[in-house]
Design a protein around this ligand. Structure first.
Ligand code: ATP
Ligand code: MG
Length: 575
């Protein structure tokens, strides 16, 4: 019969103090709760509590993968260099790839990802359209010699990944699998208790997306995101399409030259006119990738986005004082009207509809109000140039965007024929013609998901596990070291275990305060406290870790009650 785990036996060495090396809540709490220990930089041992949760995350991932018809396998971690030479990634991957040489001098890598491995696996045997589509996956340790391994399991050098690869005969088939994967990934997040947003990682040429990252919202996240609560739009701040709302500037709408002595900044100009910064126009002088001068104009309260500017201008730089002088521009007073000969004018899309700009007059100490594109100056190119931020209108529905930080927990990707062409993985179609397989790849950071869950579920006392992935669902805490009440607690724990509820019995000869602190730190969702006083009244105290609610429950009812609560929250595969 299944027994409750005795806390006195549980290998979970806790720490009283926050470890100095840890910055993030998840990293600190996993070390403090005795879940992980560092073996070397970016290499961690998973102790029993972490491993139990990881196996539950894996089980959820398996169910969801099997549910959409993907089949599990396991390939060697060591991958021969030849395959990577074929794909061209042996050199392209760089120092992140961990390389190994065997006794015969043959080169291998420790797989950082497995496109090459899987493409090689199938290339001689997945040869007919009749066998397609086919999706294979594995759950395995991956190795990446990250430049900055950090934040515990968040960015490790060895980490657990579920990686899947699909092989299709047609783009339509790939699209179906890709959409199924997106659905499965959303459910994996939900079932693990991770609040994540699907974020387009690129915008496909045919419309729609060809890669989506699932971003767990957390202040500790490395990515800055904007998202819309109303329509579900979400994007990386850098990549988000800008539709900044701009106000018109002051003045009558006629072009007016205004004396603005020494007012060379947006703040000063806005203050001078008593107008919001958004009603002014920021002019940036730069030299584009071809060495030609450009003036870029954006809303006064926004910033030029490096990535978007790179697309518009090539490898550009802001003009130096010397370059400004040579071009005949005046720092702080640059604008679109009366630009020196040969300077290209590129303006942000959001300004297109605006007819009254407040901007520099290309003359020291002067600004224009009421400058109107088409009437007072000509724009060479309109382009999306600025970084979107919280409060800007959603490009899909126009409601204000929210800002958040995110942790990438998983990603789906349409690969097309990149690897199949490079490695000769072809199939024969219904028409008898040979073509390269159309591939997709799909990765879940299993160990990173563990970090993300804890980032989203903790308080000052420790971890707050969602039931479905808690290392143990219930802990029974005996306040006494022995005696009737202790025996009753032990009995409850074993009854719960016999019911199939994963239970820890805190049997340690510790003070109650220590026990409460450890059980909260380890985050068991339901805690049943049995002491002498309650025992006399025939009750135990039931505590809900997430809400902090406590109630007295009759000793002979508590097992059924807690078992029902746990079962209701387990969230099985919905198919
Ligand atoms: P990142 O941008 O964070 O480096 P990535 O985009 O390079 O990640 P992928 O190649 O998409 O990562 O790998 C699939 C998943 O594996 C990621 O979504 C992430 O959850 C996880 N992952 C990637 N690198 C690491 C790492 N160093 N430690 C832990 N998990 C990782
Ligand atoms: Mg990724």
């Amino acid at each position: 019969m299944t027994q409750a785990m005795k806390m006195s036996r549980l290998y979970a060495p806790t720490l009283k103090e926050d470890p100095a090396e840890a910055e993030l809540a998840s990293h600190k709490l996993m070390l403090r709760a005795g879940m992980i220990r560092k073996a070397a930089s970016g290499l961690y041992s998973y102790l029993p509590l972490a491993w139990r949760t990881l196996r539950k995350i894996e089980a959820i991932v398996r169910e969801e993968m099997d549910g959409i018809g993907a089949q599990e396998c396991l390939l060697p971690i060591l991958i021969p260099a030849e395959y990577w030479h074929e794909s061209g990634r042996w050199d392209a991957y760089g120092p992140e790839m961990m390389r190994v040489t065997d006794r015969h001098g043959r080169e291998f890598c420790l797989g950082p990802t497995h496109e090459e491995g899987f493409t090689d696996l199938i290339r001689n045997e997945l040869k007919s359209y009749k066998q397609l589509p086919c999706t294979l996956y594995q759950i395995q340790d991956k190795f990446r010699d990250e430049m900055r391994p950090r934040f515990g399991l968040m960015r490790g050098r060895e980490f657990i990944m579920k990686d899947a690869y699909s092989f299709s005969a047609t783009q339509e088939s790939l699209q179906v699998i890709y959409d199924d994967m997106k659905g499965a990934y959303a459910r994996i997040c939900e079932r693990c208790g991770v609040h994540a947003l699907p974020v387009a990682a690129d915008s496909g040429e045919i419309g729609g997306d060809t890669s989506v990252e699932f971003m767990a919202l957390a202040d500790a996240g490395e990515a800055a995101l904007v998202y819309c609560d109303d329509c579900g739009y979400a994007a990386d701040e850098e990549a988000a399409v800008s539709t900044v709302a701009v106000s018109e500037g002051p003045g009558s709408g006629e072009l007016e030259r205004v004396y603005t002595p020494g007012l060379g900044t947006i703040e000063a100009v806005a203050e001078f006119f008593g107008f919001p910064e958004n009603g002014t126009r920021k002019s940036l002088a730069l030299i584009d990738g071809e060495g030609k001068p450009v003036v870029a104009i954006i809303p006064g309260d926004h910033e030029l986005n490096e990535i978007k500017a790179g697309k518009a201008f090539g490898s550009f730089h802001l003009m130096t004082e010397e370059e400004l002088n040579e071009t005949g521009l005046h720092k702080g007073f640059i604008g679109p009207v009366n630009l020196p000969e040969g300077v290209r004018l590129v303006c942000d899309e959001s300004l297109r509809a605006s007819k009254s700009w407040t901007c520099g007059a290309n003359e020291v100490d002067y600004h224009f109000t009421g400058a109107c594109p088409g009437r007072d100056f000509e724009v060479d190119v309109w382009a999306d140039l600025v970084t979107v931020r919280e409060g800007d209108p959603c490009p899909h529905c126009g409601r204000p965007l929210k800002g958040a930080r995110g942790i990438e927990v998983s990603q789906v990707f349409q690969l097309g024929t990149k690897y199949s062409e490079a490695m000769g993985a072809t199939f024969v179609g219904e028409d008898g013609k040979e073509r390269p397989l159309i591939m997709g790849c799909y990765g879940v950071g299993v160990s990173r998901t563990l970090s993300a869950v804890i980032e989203q579920h903790n308080d000052e006392n420790g971890i707050i596990w969602p039931v479905q992935i808690a290392p143990y669902e219930v802990s029974v805490i005996a306040l006494d070291k022995k005696g009737e009440a202790f025996d009753a607690a032990s009995d409850l724990a074993d009854k719960l275990a016999a019911e199939g509820i994963e239970t820890v019995f805190d049997d340690r000869a510790e003070r109650p305060g220590v026990k409460f602190a450890d059980n909260d730190l380890m985050g068991f969702p339901y805690q049943i406290v049995v002491g002498k006083r309650g025992f006399k009244n025939g009750t135990a105290e039931l505590k809900n870790r997430a809400t902090g609610d406590r109630e007295d429950v009759a000793l002979d009812e508590v097992v059924a009650k807690v078992a029902a609560l746990v079962r209701a929250e387990r969230m099985p595969y919905a198919g």
